[in-house]
Design a protein around this ligand. Structure first.
Ligand code: HEM
Length: 437
C-alpha cells in the first residue's frame, strides 16, 4: 500500500513562511519543512507543487534507479523555451547523441590545455584593478568565466563583445530564474524577447562565420563549436548547444567563485592557510603564463575549500524532473505528470549526513575523508551528471590561485543572503578590497 506524499500543515507552513522572511530565501522555508516532514514532502503552492526528495537514497533513486522514468524536458518551463533542444533539456537518444558529441571537448585529458586561458583571463580582468580596488566579485568573476568559456570551448575572444552582450546574457539568466512564472506558468513575458533575440543573432553569426572559415583538411584538436559543425547539426541546433554551454558553463562557476571568495573572506584562518599554500606551490606567479598541473595538484587545501563551498552553497541547488509514469519511493505514491525535485541543498545540509552541517569546515574533505555516496552531489550523479564538473573545478582553482597569489583580499560587506536565481548567488554581491601584492 502506498501513501500520498505529505504536505506541510497550517502551523508548519507558517513556520516555513517565518523562516523565508527571516533568511530571505525559500531554501530556509524548505529546510523547515524538511525538518518537520522528513525526506519526502510536497510543496503546496498554487500552480507549483513539486514532490521534493532529500538525502542520498533519494538522489540515487532520481539519478540512477528511476532515471528512465523521469523526464528532464518540461515544455512550459522557461529553461526549455530558452534552450529549446540544448543537451540540458533533451531526453533519450537525442540527449545521448549530443552528450557523445560534446564530451570530448570537456575530457580530463584536454583540460591541461585550458589552464593557460583560465590564468590569462584572470589576469586580463584584474589588470584594471590597479594597486588597490574595491570590487564586487560576483560581477568580476562573471567577466572572467565568460572569457574562459568562450575561448576554451568555442575559440572565441569574447572581450570585444562582453559589454554589448552583458545585459542580454543577464536578462536571459533572469528569464530562467524563479519568478512569478513558477506560480503562473503561462504568464506572458515579452520583456525578455529582445535580449534573447540578440544572443541568438550573435551565436548564429558566430556559427556561420566559422562554417565559412573552416578548413576542409583535418585540424586537430577540434573545439566544441567545430565538432558540432563537423557532425552536421543544423545552425539552430548548434545555437541551442552553444547557449546551453554558455549559461550552464559560466553562471555556475561565477557563483562558485563568488561563494568561495565570500567564505574565504569571512574565515580569515582559512584564507591565510589557502594563501600560504598558494604561495608555496606558485612561488613566482608573475613569471609564467600558466601554472603547470603539478603546481595545481599541490593545492589540496584550496580544493577542500572549493568542495566545502559547493556543499554549503551548491550553485545548482536542485535537479528538476517530471514523472513519466506512476512511481513509488519509500512507500509514497508519485503520480505520472508530477514534478519531482531532488534537493542538493537540503541533502548537503542534512544533519543526518553531515555533523554540524551549517558550519564551514574544509576539513570534511581532507584526504582520507570520504563522504557517504550521494551525500555530496554538487555535480549531480549517474549518467547525466555535470558534463563540466572537472572543467569547472579546475577553472575555479586556477582563478582562485591567481587571485590569492596576486592580491590581498578583504571582505568589506559581509551581509549577504542566498538568492535563488538560475544559480544560488550571494546577493547583493561579494564586495572585497583587493590590494595588489
Ligand atoms: C562549476 C560549477 C558547476 C556546478 C556546481 C554544476 C552543477 C551541475 C549539476 C548539479 C548538474 C546536474 C543537474 C541535474 O541533475 O538536474 C549539471 C549538469 C550539467 N552541467 Fe554543470 N555544473 C558546473 C559547471 C559546469 C560547466 C563548467 C559546464 C560546461 C562547460 C557545465 C555544463 C553542464 C551540462 C551541459 C549539464 C547537463 C548534462 C546532461 O544532461 O547530460 N556545468 N551541472
Amino acid at each position: 500500500m502506498t501513501q500520498p506524499v505529505p504536505r506541510p500543515s497550517g502551523p508548519a507552513g507558517l513556520r516555513a513562511l517565518r523562516a523565508l522572511l527571516r533568511e530571505r530565501t525559500p531554501l530556509a522555508a524548505m529546510q523547515v519543512v524538511h525538518r518537520e516532514l522528513g525526506d519526502v514532502f510536497q510543496l503546496p503552492l498554487p500552480g507549483f507543487h513539486p514532490v521534493v526528495l532529500v538525502g542520498p537514497e533519494a538522489a540515487r533513486f532520481v539519478l540512477v534507479e528511476a532515471r528512465g522514468d523521469l523526464r528532464w524536458r518540461n515544455e512550459p518551463d522557461p529553461v526549455t523555451r530558452l534552450l529549446r533542444h540544448g543537451i540540458l533539456v533533451e531526453d533519450g537518444d537525442s540527449h545521448d547523441d549530443l552528450r557523445r558529441l560534446m564530451s570530448p571537448s570537456l575530457h580530463k585529458q584536454l583540460l591541461v590545455d585550458y589552464v593557460g586561458t583560465m590564468w590569462r583571463a584572470a589576469r586580463q580582468i584584474t589588470q584594471p584593478w590597479g594597486t588597490l580596488a574595491g570590487v564586487d566579485m560576483l560581477v568580476e568573476m562573471r567577466r572572467i568565466t565568460l572569457l574562459i568559456l568562450m575561448e576554451t570551448l568555442f575559440r572565441v575572444d569574447f572581450a570585444p563583445d562582453m559589454q554589448r552582450l552583458w545585459d542580454p546574457i543577464l536578462t536571459s539568466i533572469g528569464y530562467i530564474s524563479p519568478g512569478l512564472w513558477v506560480l503562473w506558468p503561462g504568464i506572458p513575458r515579452p520583456q525578455y524577447r529582445a535580449a534573447i533575440d540578440r544572443i541568438d543573432a550573435y551565436f548564429l553569426a558566430l556559427i556561420r562565420a566559422r562554417q565559412a572559415a573552416m578548413p576542409t583538411q583535418d585540424e586537430t584538436p577540434r573545439d566544441m563549436l567545430s565538432l558540432l559543425i563537423d557532425a552536421g547539426l543544423d545552425d539552430h541546433l548548434i545555437r541551442d548547444q552553444l547557449l546551453t554551454m554558455l549559461i550552464a558553463g559560466h553562471d555556475t562557476s561565477t557563483a562558485l567563485l563568488a561563494w568561495s571568495l565570500y567564505l574565504l573572506g569571512s574565515h580569515p584562518e582559512a584564507l591565510a592557510r589557502a594563501r600560504s599554500e598558494v604561495a608555496q606551490a606558485l612561488p613566482d606567479p608573475n613569471h609564467f603564463d600558466a601554472p603547470c598541473m603539478d603546481a595545481l595538484n599541490n593545492l589540496p587545501y584550496l580544493g577542500q575549500v572549493i568542495k566545502e563551498a559547493l556543499r554549503l552553497y551548491p550553485p545548482i541547488h536542485m535537479g528538476s524532473r517530471v514523472a513519466a509514469i506512476d512511481l513509488e519511493f519509500k512507500g509514497y505514491h508519485i503520480p505520472a505528470g508530477e514534478r519531482v525535485v531532488y534537493s542538493i541543498y537540503l541533502t548537503q545540509r542534512s544533519p543526518d549526513h553531515w555533523p554540524d552541517p551549517e558550519r564551514f569546515d574544509p576539513e570534511r574533505h581532507a584526504p582520507g575523508q570520504h563522504p557517504e555516496a550521494y551525500a555530496w552531489l554538487a555535480f549531480g550523479g549517474g549518467p547525466r551528471n555535470c558534463i563540466g564538473a572537472a572543467f569547472g573545478q579546475l577553472e575555479v582553482k586556477v582563478v582562485l590561485a591567481y587571485l590569492l597569489s596576486h592580491f590581498d583580499l578583504t571582505l568589506t560587506y559581509p551581509h549577504i543572503h542566498q538568492h535563488m536565481g538560475a544559480t544560488l548567488e550571494p546577493r547583493p554581491g561579494v564586495r572585497m578590497l583587493a590590494r595588489r601584492l
